[in-house]
Design a protein around this ligand. Structure first.
Ligand SMILES: *Cc1c(COP(=O)(O)O)cnc(C)c1O
Length: 383
């Protein structure tokens, strides 16, 4: 498909615009573990679905096209993708990592790879000087999330990329929150993009998936090798679901964002609410930098209540909004990072990040926004 097509068209049509052989508009699900050989040393190009699968390939190409990358790799979960990326490093290597990080990624660095000799330094990556001073002889990469979760901190991707280039480091960006519809890290200087496809790309809270996208052929080859060796690849059916989800990515995000802006502004006016963290609020910390590197704010926001008891009251009383982990789907979800997504993060760091007993996170969906506000109002006011 022509590179000239714009994002929305690429999202709807996918990499190949359907099945060339039969004309099927919906790309077929190749639900098979293995493929028949034509003869000795004669392969169709497909041997075994951990190595190649046409549905998965269609999805990998689609995600790579959307991110503006050369190749994409699909995984069974976001953490499967992140694990693969960390395997680019070996014992003795050092990585600089955003301190406000998805809890599962924090656990990978601090508990799994730390024991295997890969050292991580967690820094506030909003502070470019802090990143520079964390660079040492053994540093191999910088790993960031922007906007971060749940504090919605914004990191200057171009600024970090300059530091990475100067020091010959790989820049890895988790782009789950804004997706390529709003932000394209590779164009801003990143070397590797990470996704939890479970979130906005899938978009319906009905599957788990993960992605890596890169441009450098050597990095891609190494990742492919690690991927087939470690095996957290995506199944054909899940791949098809993500392809279907991506077709509406832009309209889901635009509508969810519209709702999120209204809800963020409404929350700010409520007496019971201490503060609202959303990159779409013009008086927010990261607003300008986020605007300079992306075309949207996403649909995830956090807020702090004044009275700790309100947390339980809200979680127990929402009806349209569901109290559930995860984000990025058409359904609005509310979660309590302190004991849920960030259970693994040490208390001291949680407090520094503002992930305390007053903080709630909303992933705003595409329901009617008045229904959402009424639901939140009832839960907050205890009416
Ligand atoms: C959910 C999430 C992950 C992990 O993805 P899974 O699909 O749950 O394994 C990684 N990064 C971010 C930012 C996430 O929100």
């Amino acid at each position: 498909m022509s590179e000239k097509h714009l994002f929305e068209t690429k999202a709807v049509r996918g990499a190949s615009g359907g099945d060339e052989r039969t004309g099927a508009i919906s790309f077929p699900i190749y639900q098979t573990a293995t493929f028949k050989h034509l003869g000795l040393n004669r392969s169709t190009g497909y041997d075994y679905s951990r190595l190649q699968n046409p549905t998965v390939e269609e999805l990998e190409k689609t995600v790579a096209n959307l991110e503006g990358g050369k190749e994409g790799l699909a995984f069974s979960t976001g953490l499967g993708a992140i694990t693969c990326s960390i395997h680019l490093f070996k014992a003795g290597d050092h990585v600089i990592v955003s301190e406000d990080l998805y809890g599962g990624t924090f656990r990978l660095f601090s508990e799994i790879y730390h024991e295997l000799g890969i050292e991580a330094t967690f820094v506030d990556t909003r502070d470019l000087k802090a990143i520079e001073s964390a660079v040492k002889e053994s540093t191999k990469a910088i790993y960031i999330e922007t906007p971060s979760n749940p504090s919605m901190r914004v990191t200057d991707i171009r600024g970090v990329s300059a530091i990475a280039k100067k020091n010959d480091l790989l820049l890895i960006v988790d782009n789950t929150f804004l997706t390529p519809y709003y932000q394209k890290p590779l164009e801003l200087g990143a070397d590797l993009v990470v996704h939890s496809g479970t979130k906005y790309l899938g978009g319906h809270n009905d599957l788990l998936a993960g992605f890596l996208v890169a441009n450098d052929e050597k990095v891609i080859q190494r990742l492919r090798f690690i991927q087939k060796s470690t095996g957290a690849t995506l199944g054909a059916f899940e791949a098809w679901l993500v392809l279907r989800g991506i077709k509406t990515l832009h309209i889901r995000l635009d509508r969810g964002q519209e709702n999120a802006i209204v809800i963020a502004k409404w929350l700010k006016q409520q007496d019971e609410i201490e503060d609202v963290y959303y990159v779409g609020l013009e008086d927010g910390d990261g607003y300008e930098i986020n605007k300079s590197q992306s075309s949207g704010f996403g649909t995830t926001l956090s807020f702090r209540v004044k009275d700790k008891n309100l947390v339980e009251q809200i979680l127990n009383n929402v009806k349209v909004v569901s109290f559930a982990e995860s984000l990025g789907g058409v359904d609005t979800l509310i979660t309590y990072p302190f004991t849920q997504t960030h259970a693994e993060v040490p208390e001291e760091l949680k407090i520094r990040l503002g992930v305390d007993e007053y903080l709630l996170r909303l992933s705003v969906g595409i329901e009617n926004v008045q229904d959402l506000i009424q639901d939140l109002e009832r839960a907050i006011k205890g009416a």
